[in-house]
Design a protein around this ligand. Structure first.
Ligand code: DQA
Length: 143
């Protein structure tokens, strides 16, 4: 099974950026641990700070892989184009957030992409990605 984790803007700075919110671990370190834990599936990772590149990546895998886990960063709250890209592909997409966006500023409570996703996981630190993967695996089992 092929799954892709997509990280949006500023998430390349995990481990460095606002550590009190996002923690001290880089995504590369976390991703290696996740890959070791789920060594029976093919798990890939893509990050970009550029909206159009995120859309291109959704299009690239969206008709052939088994699922996408996306943390769209701040584009979550603003991007109709990303929402349209997710709606356009025929695969389950899970929205994840490291922080609990509902506990933060009001403008972070709104998600443009949520309505196009299978589900949303928010507030479990980096473990949100693992929970997203578990959600995808359960979903795939049921199909
Ligand atoms: C985030 C929450 C967003 O509001 C923020 O813009 C991010 C990270 C999270 O993972 O908690 O960049 O998606």
């Amino acid at each position: 099974m092929n799954f892709l984790i997509i990280n949006g803007p500023n998430l390349n700075l995990l481990g460095t950026r606002e550590k009190s919110i996002y923690g001290e671990v880089s995504f590369e370190t976390y991703f290696q641990q996740l890959k070791e834990k789920y060594d029976k599936v093919n798990l890939e990772y893509y990050q970009s700070n550029i909206e159009g590149e995120l859309i291109n990546e959704i299009h690239r895998v969206g008709f052939s892989y088994d699922g996408i886990i996306i943390n769209a960063g701040a584009y979550t709250h603003t991007s109709l184009a990303l929402a349209d890209a997710i709606a356009a592909v025929n695969m389950p997409v899970i929205e994840v957030h490291i922080s609990n966006v509902h506990k933060r500023e009001e403008l972070r409570h709104k998600t443009m992409i949520g309505k196009c996703c299978l589900g949303t996981i928010s507030g479990f630190g980096l473990d949100s990605y693992r929970l997203g993967l578990e959600g995808l695996l359960n979903h795939c089992d049921k199909r």
